[in-house]
Each structure stands twice: as C-alpha cells, then as structure tokens.
Write a protein that binds this ligand. Sequence first.
Ligand code: GDD
Ligand code: MN
Length: 402
Amino acid sequence: MLRHHLVLPVSTGDLLIDPLPPITEREVLLSLVIPTYQERHNIAEIIQLLTLELDRSLPNDYELIVVDDDSPDRTWEVARDLYPQYPHLRVLRRTHERGLATAVVRGWQSATGQILGVIDADLQHPPAVLGKLWEAIASGADLAIASRNVEGGGVSEWSLLRRCLSRGAQLLGLLLLPETIGRVTDPMSGYFLLRRATIAGKVLSPIGYKILIEVIGRGDIGKIVEVGYEFQERQAGSSKVTARQYLEYIQHLLRLRMARSGRFLRFVAVGLSGLVVDMSLLYLLTDASTLALPLALGKLVAGESAIINNFLWNDRWTFADLVRTQTSRRQKFRRFLKFNLICLLGLTLSITLLNLIYNFVIRDRYIANFIAIVSVTLCNYWLNLKLSWRSTDSSAPPKIRT
Ligand code: GDD
Ligand code: MN
C-alpha cells in the first residue's frame, strides 16, 4: 500500500479523468472524494465513520481523498494529522482553484480506484448509505445516487424557502436539459458512486456545486440506481450555499445545453454555409440569365463544391474535439472520403428529392432544393457522427476491465 505522508499537490489543466493505470499498478477498487471548505470540526468524525463503514465492506480496497480548498480554518492540516490512524486517507490541498464541483473532479484525477465517489464532509450524507450504493454498483449500475426524493429519502428541517429553491432548480433543469435532469429524482445530490470508465477521457467543466449533472450530462452513463437517504442536520459549521451557487447552476445548465446540442448547431451552421455555396453555384451555372447549364449537371458541381466546403469547416470546427487523436494526413483523407461518400449518397438523395418535389409537389426549384437539403442534412449529421468522425485511432486507450 503506497503511503502518502504529505498533503498532496493537485493536478492543474483540463479536468480530464484518465483511464486506470494497468491493473497491476492499481491500488484500490473505490476512491471516495470528500470535498472540504471550513470543516475542521467535522473532518475527524467523517473520516472515522467512513473508515468503520468501508473497513467492513471493502477492507484494504478503498481510499479516502480529502480535497480542501485551502480553508482558513486549516481543515487540510487537521485531516493530514489523521494520517497515522488512517492508512487509507490522502489529503489534497488546492491553492489555485475554488469550488465544490471542480474539487471533486481534481480528487478523482488523483484517484486510482475503478469506482469513484463523492460524499460531503459535514455528516449530512449518512456514511451508512455507502453499503447500498456499493451493492448497486457491484450489481452492474454505472451510477448509484443517494437520493432525497425516492422511498426512504427526505430532508431534515429544511426551510420552505430552501425546499422551493431546490425544487425550482430541478424544474429549471428539466426545462433546459430534460435528457439529463430527467434521468434522476435528485439531480442536486452530492452523494454518489460511479464507474470511472463512464467519464474517463472526457473533459469535464462543471461550475459551482452540481457535480452530478456534469457526470450525467457528459458521461457515458448507462444504468442508474437511486438509493433513498435522509439529508441530516449539520452538527458544526455552516452551509456554503449562497445565491451565487444558484446563478452558477443556471450557467452550468446553459453550458451543458450548448455542449449537448452545440455540435449539431455547429453542423447546421456549416450546412448553411454549404447552402450558400450550393445555391450560388446552382444560380451561376444553371439560371437562364447566366450559363444555363442542364439542372442535374449544375447541381452536381454545386453539390460537390458545397461538400468540400462543409468537410473543411466540420473537420476544423464541428468535430474538432474528435480529431485531436487523428491528425495524420491519411486519417484526414479517410475522413474526407467517408464524408464525401455519405454526402454523395446524400447528394443523390437530394437530387432525387429535388426532382420529385419539383415535378410532383412544388413547381419552384429553390423551395424544392431547400426542402431536399434540410431532409438530407439530418441524416448526414447522424451518419457522419457515427462513421466519419468516430475515433478510428487504433491506439485508443484500452477498455477498462470491470
Ligand atoms: N473543496 C471545496 N471547495 N469543498 C467545498 C466548497 C468549495 O468551494 N464548498 C463547499 N464544499 C464542501 C463542504 O465543505 C461540504 O463538505 C460539502 O462541500 C457540501 O457543502 P455545503 O455547503 O454543506 O452544501 P449543502 O449541505 O448546502 O448541500 C450539499 O448537499 C446537497 C445534497 O446532496 C451539497 O453537496 C450540494 O451539492 C448537494 O446538492
Ligand atoms: Mn452541507
């Protein structure tokens, strides 16, 4: 068991969780992060309770990672002084960043477990629930969440205002990110376990407190299990939640919304630039007042020019994050061929649709062309995402054994 005697430095740069080191170097199965700010009066008790709980269910196969944001009450020092009693404890002291959600991710970056987790330090999340969360993961869940809103769940003496704010935040989330927030009953939970593989290799960028919506919004999360728990009253210290956290939550929702639909919006923007190229060349080549070439020939030249325009933009902008590991000329040319093939199929479909609509539905070539282009754009997006820009790099990171 590698012993960490010091308060450890924290990684900087992208919030990117690496896939596990080869299994031989791995230290533990579960890495549980405990984010702290001003928790000197709670930290010894939570470490003791977690150790009792995990020594029972995961003896010698877990680590507790305290991530303290340089608390003025020197929580990190109190935690570090616990090292002699707790061999599974590691303490990280952040001096260059602040914030609950990023603290959790920085803790996961230094974790060596295949299962990652987070629990608050202030004893409001009962450690006894860990056993049920672990059972859910062991039975195949990707994500096991302690929820206040399922059977056996609840909040202690929360004021009506705090209850309304929490529920209001959840409603707003359902409006902006239904496919994320709608998957769970307690998206605000800060107490859960997840398989590392679901977020490994993804650049996370949470804001504020809500690490769970970041995990569900950006991770490859399959089965989710929720376990009811009673949110406890704080024994010492106070909640750090202020109006700022609510604003950061809205910012976080908008950032995730853009990330999840941003790619499609970029693809549509590129498609629009291709529309301009296509339409302009169609006019220049086939209109009676210009070259008056046959419609199909003009469409072929206009269409291929638009395809080249769209590939260059999509490769550099829409799918740029997916080509980071595929930069060779050969890989780029392969992407162009696949893109071209998919778009030529789309062009054939588009010419067929154009002629069908023009001859049987609307006797206006430009409206018919527009309908044809929109219909083909949707299937082009899906096919290109799945085939042209998926990672074809054979050196992709090895699959993590579960
Ligand atoms: N490192 C770090 N940096 N830790 C922080 C920070 C920070 O900026 N802010 C808060 N923490 C730690 C606290 O020390 C505590 O351990 C935990 O994060 C929760 O902070 P609280 O201020 O007590 O939050 P809360 O009790 O109002 O709400 C908590 O529980 C809710 C239900 O699970 C948070 O976890 C919420 O995110 C969660 O929705
Ligand atoms: Mn709390």
